[in-house]
Write a protein of this length. Sequence first.
Length: 72
Amino acid sequence: MAKTVADMTATELRQLVSSVVEEKLVQLLGDPDEGLALRENVQKRLMRQKRAVAKGDRGESLEVAARWLKLV
């Protein structure tokens, strides 16, 4: 069933606008990395991260990452 904007929550509207903007930017700018090969070590790291996230691991907290990057 289709919703009108008036029937959407603020969160739903934000998600809709975000996805439309992202889609349009990809249409206009394309993917700057398209056609480039990933190094094997990067590909392995991404696959490890994907498996970890699938198991529910979310990594370091924002606070830990901010300290590691010396932002706080």
